[in-house]
Design a protein around this ligand. Structure first.
Ligand code: HEC
Length: 178
């Protein structure tokens, strides 16, 4: 009984510690953004949250391709500008937080899921019915970056850069086919 309580509090302390280490930046409050009027979600001017809110689940698609070197380069710069590197490392290979370059995708590897995860953060994503399907070595909450990244277009360019950094097996690039 006492042993159980001790164990629980140790596990609790570890979880808390890794949360503190991993989530250094305060949540950016992405969910509070105003909603875009229906049918008018232009990623060039709308915030990531507006784009995500205004697009039916499963239909967000990266308009860019990693073969476009200018987009990849811009995306890599935005990755640094918006501080994604602080948690995921400059090359995306992980640091205090999970890598974005390997074949483990925590909620799924498709464009739609990644865009929503970064926009809403992992807690709101889960509240919207998504569940964890993969486990990285480091586990922590992904903060909502939808109030930090200025436009949906910026986020697509970042995600295009993320695709260009992928180093896992080809069949898992956009989520493993079961
Ligand atoms: C405070 C630390 C932190 C910052 C800053 C951060 N992330 Fe994350 N990110 C995480 C954590 C932690 C996870 C894993 C979430 C989980 O396990 O629920 C994650 C998950 C991800 C994933 C999915 C990785 C996978 O393997 O499925 C992507 C993609 C991602 N982040 C992109 C970004 C982008 C783009 C930015 C910058 C706009 C960013 N992150 C900023 C902590 C951070």
């Amino acid at each position: 009984m006492l042993k159980n309580t001790l164990l629980t509090s140790v596990v609790g302390a570890i979880t808390l510690a890794s949360t503190l280490i991993c989530a250094q930046q305060p949540p950016a409050g992405g969910a509070d953004q105003a909603k875009a009027p229906a049918g008018q979600v232009d990623p060039k001017s709308a915030t990531p949250v507006q784009v995500a809110d205004g697009t039916p689940k499963g239909q967000l698609k990266d308009p860019y391709n990693e073969s476009d070197a200018a987009v990849v380069q811009a995306g890599g710069q935005l990755w640094l500008n918006y501080g994604c590197n602080g948690c995921h490392g400059g090359g995306g290979g992980g640091g205090m937080c999970p890598p974005v370059t390997n074949d483990t995708w925590v909620y799924g590897g498709d464009d739609d899921t990644l865009f929503r995860l970064v926009s809403y953060g992992s807690q709101e994503l889960q509240a919207k019915g998504y569940s964890r399907i993969g486990m990285e070595n480091v586990v922590g909450p992904m903060p909502p970056m939808g109030g930090v990244v200025k436009t949906g277009d910026d986020l697509w360019r970042i995600l295009t850069w993320v695709r260009s950094k992928y180093s896992g097996s080809p069949e898992c690039k956009f989520g493993c086919k079961k």
